[in-house]
Structures are given as structure tokens and as C-alpha cells.
Design a protein around this ligand. Structure first.
Ligand SMILES: [Ca+2]
Ligand SMILES: [Ca+2]
Length: 466
């Protein structure tokens, strides 16, 4: 089973990573995941993604991805991170549970930005045109937007947009996709239902970042070439305002309540805070911002954001309430451009593969056990209760394939050991009743009963065993 080969490889990699950095402070909470809010920060030069716990600022792990990652987005359910690799011509799909790449989607040349539809079913990827034969990808010519089916992980097609498209954002109702075309100073408005460009709006010079407000009212575009932020009325599809910000404005993000907009000013090492009600710049934060801030994303449900400092190789935390910032990670993040929404809220318990917000042996445990036995499709879900509306067998298969289910810790994933252990744990069995004849006792480091329960809450969420 291919998925488990990947899990094994990933586990070995993480173990090597831990061994290598055990003496440093930042691996202390590796894979301690409890509905964690995690930042996935691509290193453009290192071809890796660093995972940062936004609660503790701890660097949890580093995940190798395809070459020159730049764009990043999280699935709405927090189970997957999509990373666009500009030179690798691929989207790496990271499981936030296994903390490893579980799939790689080959795409057209020079992918840049990436965004996910609100229902999680579609992935949109911008591409510089393949005409850049030098490989530099900086020729100002037309580009495309790829549309990807996230369940099949296949490219459905490509839409011609403007020159050198960079940032991409999806309307909160999923109806439109907005593409910032850096090469020609426009925004392409794509109607999602038909996958056609229905409007092309002139903004200012070299737009890079684009963000749609959660209230559906506005789209904000950071114009790097003119140090400005364009404000688009999402109803009339007109540019209503242009706000002066800082040098090489590149990243833009809107708070969940749509009240605040942040713009990263790459040349000024600053972040502009804009009041969405008045469209005034209420603060320009320099203290606590590192060199060449680029990607910016709000921490979900808060008025705080993280900014990726590209040359500083750090993350800064910005508090909009106090208009203050501080560098929160060591300078080891490579070249973290991080174009897009790079912060994910992981599931409360990732073992809830049925999606009903309950974790039960008769439902989730049975599904995982059957999956490990090789059962797929309709047979997987036959006579299983507690499956949420809209959750199909392929969705459950994709979720389970992305889980770390190696409960006994022997490095393999087996129905007769790990599957059984998970079912028993969900039935609240402990001690011998949990582990009796259900572990690979031939493995020297096999987990004890208490270690298995601890591993479940650490890896899948503290609520798993409630
Ligand atoms: Ca469930
Ligand atoms: Ca195992």
C-alpha cells in the first residue's frame, strides 16, 4: 500500500530530524497536535516547509517538498496543506496529521500562487507562462490558472489569465477566483462555475498579493510596483480606492471579521495596518518586522497575524490591536516567501474520519480497521453509522491515507495491531485489555498501553479519547 510506504518514509525522516536537533530547544513539542493552529512556511531556497506551532512559536518539524516552493494554502478542514513549487512544477500535498507529503500533483510550468475553494474540492494554481525558456520565469507574458480536483488530485484544466499571475484568492462563497497578474497590472476575475474569465480589472503596477474579505464585500490587491493597495468592490467589480502603503507591497491579508487589512512592504521592512471601515492606514509597523517581509496570514479567529520575513528567514507575529510586532522564530526558515494563507487549524481529533465530530470505535475505528484490511469504496462505509452528510467513501479513504495510524510504533501500519489498538482505545479500553495480542511485541521499542494512549492524544488530538 503506497500510502503506508510514504508514512514509513516520513516517520523515519522525522525521527532523523528529531535525532539531529534533539539538543536544540525547538523540537520539544514535536507532533504535539491538539486542534493545533500551525503555520506551514515554505523555504524557497531550501525546498522544504517548516511547521510552526502558532501557540508556542515552536518549530515542530521540517518537511521536504519539490523545488523552490512559494505558494501555500490550507484545506478548510485543516487536514491538508498545498505547496506550489515554482521550479519543481508540482503541488506537494502535506498531511497535517502525519506531517509528511502524502501526494505530489504534477502541474504546468512555473506555479506561483495557490488557493483552495471554501468547500475544499478545488485547488487553483497560477502559472507564469512557459515562454520563460531561461527558467527564470520573469518574462512578462501571459499566464494560466490551473483548476485541480483535490479528491482525485488531478488537473481538470487551465484558464488563460494575465501576464505573470502571482497571488490568487477565492471568494468566501466559492463563486469567483481572483488572480493578481503581476506582469500587466490587472486582476482576472474567474467565474468558478464556468471556469471562465468574466472580468479583467486594471489595478496598479506589479500586483502580487490578493485577498478576499470574509464578508464577501471586497478584494484587496497589493501592488508591489507602485507601493499601493487597490480596493475592489466585489459586488460591482470596480476598483474603488487606491491606498498608499510601503515599498514593494507584496503580501496582503484580511482579518476573519473583515475589519483589518495587513500589507507587507518588502523594501521598507514594514507592515501597514488598514482599517477596512475607513480605508485609512492606521499604523505602519517597523519594529519587530524582519528583513523583506513577504507572505502574511492571520491566525484564524484572532486579530494577530504572522509575517514571513524573506531575507530575515524568520516569522514575525503582528498584533493589530496594539499595532506591534515581534520576531518569533530563529532565523532558520530559508527564504520564506509564503505567498498565500499558510496557517491551518487542524481537526480537534484527526481520527474523526467520519466527520460527525465524535470519535467512536463503531464508526471511526471500524472505518480505519476496514481501510487497513484493504477494504475500499462502498464496502468501506457499508452499515457504518455516524458518517456526516456529504462525506463519501473516497473522502474517508483520503483522510485515512493521510493519518499516522502506527499505534504500536513499530514503523508499519497493520490492521491486526494498529487498527485493533485504535478501535480498543476508542472503546476506552486500557492496560492489558487495550494491548492484549494487539502489538508487534517483536519490535524492541513497542509502545506500552499508556504510551499508546499518550501517542494518540499527542498525534491526533487530546479530545480523541474523551
Ligand atoms: Ca466520527
Ligand atoms: Ca504498527
Amino acid at each position: 500500500m503506497k500510502g503506508f510506504t510514504l508514512l514509513r518514509a516520513s516517520r523515519a525522516r522525522i525521527q532523523r530530524f528529531v535525532a539531529g536537533v534533539a539538543a536544540t530547544a525547538f523540537a520539544a513539542t514535536l507532533l504535539s497536535v491538539d486542534a493545533a493552529v500551525l503555520a506551514y512556511v515554505p523555504s524557497h531556497t531550501g525546498s522544504s516547509v517548516t511547521v510552526v506551532d502558532t501557540a508556542s512559536n515552536a518549530l515542530l518539524t521540517s518537511i521536504a517538498v519539490s523545488s523552490a516552493p512559494i505558494g501555500v494554502a490550507a484545506s478548510p478542514d485543516g487536514r491538508f496543506i498545498y505547496v506550489a513549487s515554482h521550479n519543481g512544477n508540482a503541488i506537494s500535498v502535506i498531511s497535517t496529521n502525519a506531517q509528511s507529503v502524502v501526494a505530489t500533483i504534477v502541474v504546468a510550468g512555473k506555479p506561483m500562487g495557490v488557493a483552495v475553494s471554501p468547500d475544499g474540492s478545488r485547488l487553483y494554481v497560477t502559472h507564469f507562462a512557459p515562454a520563460a525558456a531561461s527558467g527564470a520565469g520573469s518574462v512578462w507574458v501571459g499566464g494560466t490558472l490551473s483548476v485541480i480536483d483535490t479528491l482525485a488530485r488531478t488537473v481538470l484544466g487551465a484558464i488563460n489569465v494575465g501576464a505573470n499571475p502571482a497571488g490568487v484568492a477565492v471568494a468566501p462563497n466559492g463563486s469567483r477566483v481572483y488572480v493578481a497578474n503581476a506582469g500587466d497590472g490587472t486582476v482576472s476575475v474567474v467565474t468558478a462555475a464556468s471556469n471562465t474569465v468574466t472580468a479583467t480589472l486594471a489595478v496598479q503596477s506589479n500586483p502580487v498579493g490578493v485577498a478576499a474579505s470574509a464578508d464577501g464585500q471586497r478584494v484587496y490587491v497589493a501592488n508591489s510596483g507602485s507601493a499601493s493597495l487597490s480596493v475592489i468592490d466585489a459586488t460591482s467589480l470596480t476598483v474603488t480606492n487606491s491606498i498608499t502603503v510601503g515599498g514593494y507591497a507584496s503580501g496582503v491579508a484580511v482579518s476573519d471579521d473583515s475589519s483589518r487589512v495587513l500589507v507587507s512592504n518588502n523594501f521598507d521592512d514594514s507592515v501597514s495596518v488598514i482599517d477596512a471601515a475607513t480605508l485609512a492606514v492606521v499604523a505602519t509597523i517597523k519594529s519587530g518586522i524582519g528583513a523583506a517581509p513577504s507572505g502574511v496570514a492571520f491566525i484564524p479567529g484572532t486579530a494577530n497575524a504572522l509575517v514571513a520575513n524573506t531575507q530575515g528567514a524568520t516569522l514575525s507575529r503582528v498584533a493589530t490591536a496594539t499595532a506591534s510586532a515581534s520576531v518569533v522564530t530563529p532565523a532558520s526558515l530559508g527564504w520564506p516567501i509564503s505567498l498565500g494563507k499558510f496557517i491551518a487549524t487542524t481537526p480537534t481529533c484527526a481520527l474523526d474520519v467520519s466527520g460527525d465530530n465524535l470519535v467512536t470505535g463503531a464508526s471511526d475505528g471500524l472505518l480505519i480497521l476496514r481501510y487497513l484490511l484493504g477494504v475500499r469504496g462502498s464496502a468501506l462505509i457499508q452499515n457504518v453509522s455516524g458518517i456526516a452528510s456529504g462525506v463519501t467513501a473516497p473522502i474517508i479513504e483520503q483522510r485515512i491515507a493521510a493519518l499516522n495510524v502506527d499505534a504500536d510504533g513499530d514503523g508499519t501500519s497493520q490492521a491486526t495491531t494498529d487498527g485493533l489498538l485504535l478501535v480498543r482505545a476508542m472503546l476506552h479500553l486500557t492496560g492489558t485489555a487495550l494491548i492484549g495480542n494487539a502489538r508487534n511485541t517483536g519490535f524492541g521499542g513497542v509502545r506500552s498501553a499508556s504510551q499508546i494512549l499518550q501517542w494518540i492524544t499527542d498525534t491526533h488530538g487530546a479530545s480523541c479519547l474523551l
